[in-house]
Design a protein around this ligand. Structure first.
Ligand code: SF4
Length: 380
């Protein structure tokens, strides 16, 4: 995506991942990660197909052992979006993942070991023409392992290790330093198809690290706030972290990490991109918060509508760009619904159907959802 000035000289380099590209002037893509056991072919393929329906563009799976690596070819043949293999520690798993047809490998070269092993992985990726993502997470920095005592501020421990005395910017600098060290290792092997991610579990370090990295490199960035949390807390945190960066023109692909069904991660990712005007995804559903004037169940209607629209790829496509309003009463409803393509303003168990500001008819509350769906289907 490049920096906010949008100068073509400031764009990130473009990297191909299957039929998608990341970086340059490519649209910011949406990724997710399976939470199934990669050795379980059926569960993994079923989940990826569901995520494809939800609009996921690139999918990552964990590859914890050789059995999982050997399953990647079968998974890849059963899906239609690029498959990313997430590897830690064992270079042989990465080489096998490439042999099985993975479209990208995510490694942390720091935990792959000596340069010879990294060279094997790079050689395999180069021969296959696929990129490598260097994933740096604040919680697994090499500096934390190498010299935890010198960083200790107190006796307080994080995951059994002394908490470092760093301020957020120190963390960001260290994350960027370790990422650039890894980039240099790969580039010294004449490999340039690189994507970098710099993730922390808070907004401050994530934003600082990515901003700093983008000022130093043209390598495309995969954005995310790691271990962001439950659906509500994690979505708010991710929206702010990812949104602050995207608003500055930083970031080329995103993954929203939530302790939640990965399909909701995809939904949340698109909502972030949609809010910033970077991608279109489904309709703009407008609904009022309801108040003491409301005599219909706006919440139930809007949830049913979301469920119907977001579980049907064709409907989702048809609804793209439509503004649909569901308002609780006729006091403010018609006025608010006027700016929508169509909408409903509630009364008592019924509502006024409004199209482009014109009041068309009265329909029963029990028919609202079906009427909206019919209208979306009939939209050209
Ligand atoms: S549209 Fe009506 S019901 Fe909804 S918040 Fe406004 S006044 Fe209340």
């Amino acid at each position: 995506m490049g920096c906010a000035c949008r100068d073509k000289l400031c764009k990130t380099r473009k990297v191909k991942v299957g039929r998608f590209s990341i970086g340059g002037s490519s649209p910011v893509s949406v990724q997710s990660m399976c939470n199934t056991d990669t050795r379980d072919l059926k569960a993994t393929v079923d989940q990826i197909r569901r995520l494809e329906e939800a609009g996921c563009e690139i999918i990552r799976v964990a590859v914890p052992d050789m059995e999982a690596a050997l399953n990647l070819g079968r998974i890849k043949r059963a899906i239609s979006i690029p498959l990313v293999a997430d590897i830690h520690f064992d270079w042989r798993l990465a080489v096998e993942a490439v042999r099985q047809g993975a479209d990208k490998v995510r490694i942390n070269p720091g935990n792959i070991g000596e340069k010879d092993k990294v060279r094997e992985v790079v050689g395999a990726c180069k021969a296959a023409g696929i990129p490598i993502r260097i994933g740096v997470n604040a919680g697994s920095l090499k500096a934390l392992k190498d010299k935890p005592r010198t960083l200790a501020a107190s006796t307080e421990k994080v995951r059994g290790k002394p908490r470092p005395a760093w301020k957020p910017y120190d963390w960001a600098k260290q994350m960027v330093k370790e990422a650039l060290d890894e980039v240099r290792t790969l580039e010294s092997l004449n490999f340039r198809d690189i994507v970098v991610s710099l993730k922390a579990d808070d907004i401050e370090r994530t934003v600082m690290a990515n901003t700093l990295f983008s000022s130093k490199s043209d390598i495309p960035l995969h954005l995310g706030v790691t271990e962001a949390g439950s659906f509500l807390a994690g979505t708010v945190k991710s929206s702010l972290g990812i949104g602050l960066l995207l608003a500055q023109g930083i970031g080329d692909t995103i993954r929203v990490s939530l302790t939640e069904d990965p399909a909701m991660q995809v939904r949340a990712a698109y909502e972030i991109l949609k809010s910033l005007g970077l991608r279109q995804y489904g309709p703009d559903l407008v609904s009022c918060p309801t108040c003491g004037r409301c005599q219909v169940n706006v919440g139930k209607v809007i949830h049913e509508l979301e469920d119907r629209i977001y579980s049907d790829r064709n409907l989702l496509k048809k609804a793209e760009g439509l503004k649909i309003a569901v308002m609780g009463c006729v006091v403010n409803g018609p006025g608010e619904a006027r700016s929508a393509d169509f909408g409903i303003a509630g009364g008592k168990g019924r509502g006024i159907w409004i199209e482009k500001g014109k009041q068309m008819k009265v329909i029963k509350e029990s028919e609202w959802v079906n009427e909206v769906i019919r209208k979306i289907r009939s939209t050209k």
